[in-house]
Ligand binder design. Structure first.
Ligand code: NAP
Length: 281
């Protein structure tokens, strides 16, 4: 049921000033006729938990969590959805009926909707390379496997984190028929991939996280957007790949979070095309 009371929401992360989440949630709210105040909150590892608890103590209704706190947020919530538990990472939090912190992860469904609905990409039988093994990678890896790819290769700077993610995926996706492999960044050049997904935060330094091999006409998708995705997308385009940033995923994961909080699913296509036009000018 849609309410007239102005509720408070926020996105918590570091860095945070670039975040488009306030604009997206305010646009959805206008579209469905609810009143929201949605802020950006910058915090640091030492006081992330205090920031989170304080927001809800002061009457906040829901938060999104962004880098680098999704895995810490998972440890702080008292209960969560199955998809957040499988990911071991949380990007959406609200209070349950008992007033306890309840976590969800909408990154995986957001990416799948952008790939399949907006970009018309079919994951079935594809060789997928996932670069990164942080909170975002954990959120999307299970959803990618649900698309039944031929293989999922996870390449990360810290090798143990990629290996741990593979073990985690194998433990909850027992009937999955895809090959799952994890290791260092050298895996990115081991074969030509159909789809390469960059879930590393290296774009914030202005670089692509690694060289990678992608088939001509394949898809290279960067979870980040705007200037932070530039180096990765330029490299992909130079290899003849279709290069796409994470704006569509950002909007789709936000729509799913909006649904968790307000019980109504906003229309996303119009917002995506208007934001694409605005960011390309
Ligand atoms: P995170 O938990 O901090 O993880 C960062 C990842 O990047 C780790 O795998 C890390 O490797 C890797 N990395 C960092 N610096 C690197 C470097 N110099 N070279 C190679 N790898 C490096 O962050 P996150 O929450 O997963 O977010 C990752 C990215 O996804 C961010 O750009 C975020 O904005 C984006 N994102 C977008 C959406 C969307 O809706 N479009 C949603 C979620 C996230 P180590 O393990 O070795 O440290």
């Amino acid at each position: 049921m849609v309410s007239n009371i102005c509720k408070r929401f926020a996105v918590i992360g570091n860095p945070i000033e670039h975040s488009l989440s306030p604009f997206i949630h305010e646009s959805f709210a206008k579209q469905v006729g609810v009143q929201v105040q949605y802020d950006r909150i910058l915090t640091f590892s030492d006081n992330f938990s205090t920031t989170l608890y304080e927001f809800f103590k002061q009457g906040g209704t829901g938060v999104n969590i962004t880098l680098p706190f999704k895995e810490t947020a998972y440890l702080l919530v008292e209960n969560c959805t199955a998809r957040a538990r499988d990911a071991g990472a949380v990007n959406t939090i609200y209070l349950d009926k008992q007033g306890h912190l309840y976590g969800d992860n909408t990154d995986g469904i957001g990416l799948r909707r952008d790939l399949e609905k907006n970009l018309r990409v079919n994951l079935n039988d594809k060789k997928i390379l996932l670069i990164g093994a942080g909170g975002a990678a954990k959120g999307i890896a299970g959803a990618l496997l649900c698309g039944n790819p031929y293989s999922l290769t996870i390449a990360n700077r810290t090798v143990t984190k990629a290996e741990n993610l593979v073990t985690q995926l194998q433990s909850f996706l027992a009937p999955c028929h895809s090959d799952i492999l994890g290791g260092g960044l050298e895996l990115a050049i081991q074969q030509d991939y159909d789809i390469v997904i960059n879930a590393s935060s290296q774009g914030f330094m202005g670089n692509s996280p690694t060289e990678f091999k992608v088939k001509v006409g394949g898809l290279a998708y960067d979870l980040s957007y705007g200037i932070h995705s530039r180096a990765f997308l330029d490299f992909a385009a130079s290899k003849g790949a279709r290069a796409v940033d994470g704006l569509g995923m950002l909007i789709e994961q936000a729509a799913e979070a909006f649904f968790c909080w307000h019980g109504v699913f906003p229309e996303t296509c119009f917002l995506l095309s208007s934001m694409r036009t605005a960011t390309s000018n």
